[in-house]
Design a protein around this ligand. Sequence first.
Ligand SMILES: [Cu+2]
Length: 441
Amino acid sequence: MDRRRFIKAGSMLAAGAVLTKSTLARAQDEAGGPEPLGDRDAAEGVPSRAPRITNEQPHVLTPNGATLPLRTVGNVRVGHLIASSFEHEFAPGLKAQCWGYNHRTPGPTLEAVEGERLRIYVTNRLSEPTTVHWHGVILPNGMDGVAGLTQRAIPPGETFMYEFTARYPGTFMYHPHFDEMTQIALGMTGMIVVHPRRARGPRVQRDFVLMTHEWRLDVGARRPDPLEMTDFNVLTFNSRTFPGTEPLLMGRGERVRIRFGNLSPMSHHPIHLHGMSFATTATDGGYIPRSAQVPNTTVLVPVGSTRVIEFVPEQSGDWAMHCHMTHHVMTQMGHGIPNMIGTQTSDLDTRMRRIEPRYMTMAQDGMGSMGEMKMPIPKNSLPMRGGPGPFGNIDMGGMFTILKVRDSPMKGTGLWYSHPQGTVAGPADASQMRADGIETT
Ligand SMILES: [Cu+2]
């Protein structure tokens, strides 16, 4: 028995042993989680705000996400995170029961300014204890959120208070430090942005945050599998998978910042931007001096890290941005199928259809067209990959989104880029090929 099977078998035995304790929790869970709270709307987070400049710094935008509302009480900024189970949509057609904060995964982005005193209440509406660890934030040891080491875990139904000063600006994250394997795998992550009191470096016009994550969600399952160690099949930006990812809208010539976080269980993500060269300006450890900023078109975001990039888009268009691990731009249906590439199937289909009339051999020429095949797919699942684009099916899914660079960025948000004439690759002209000395016969 390998280690994974052993763990799975062990967890089933353990589940049997604590059946009485977990039955109630499971019953609540099956019913779609706990009752909504009276203050749910306020606590759930507000939609990402339009850029507003404070001290020359725009608010951060969390595509597909929200910012945690903070109210000022005396000289303290007060917020409330509620950990619970809820139904989450990864993309139209794919939903699962996930765990997160304020009915979101990732939880709402915590946005503060350097030097602010923060008081964050954490209510646990999960079926097991939890904590919140403020990953990368320098704070008193007892506020660090490590169950058993720096605090007692927050029991189900209780609320704990964390209070600390955001001493240093930067891009950080929050997540539980109790049963991390389960709680993070089910979606309990969030980003923290602490703006510097005085803006550093050139002023940016847009400031986005994207949390990368990976999930094992078997076709037909209602819940991600936290026991998976290697074979993840739903890859996400802010817990959404393409075509469910909200495009990032920006103006040509604007300075744009994207802050990536990675709380995937097991994978680092090399995020590649088309049409841009950028500088990595900061990590969760602090700012990178200008003299040490290396130009790149791909930034590796390791597990448990943040990376901040800045760039000025030079060319308008619909530019792809995606993880460059090819299996991270696939979705559920691309996994676990037999490799048929190059096989000579001759009359196999005809013969098989005598036994099974719906039989069809797939992917013997490659898998590129499988995303657009109008094959029936199981309920609550995504086709192999991709989504509709202006020139046909977009052949990537998963950790993929679009940077919409426009001359007037607030116009035409839902529209595809309109290309100037003569700037789109198309079929070659035979006479021009001959003139250029290209032989094709
Ligand atoms: Cu990746």
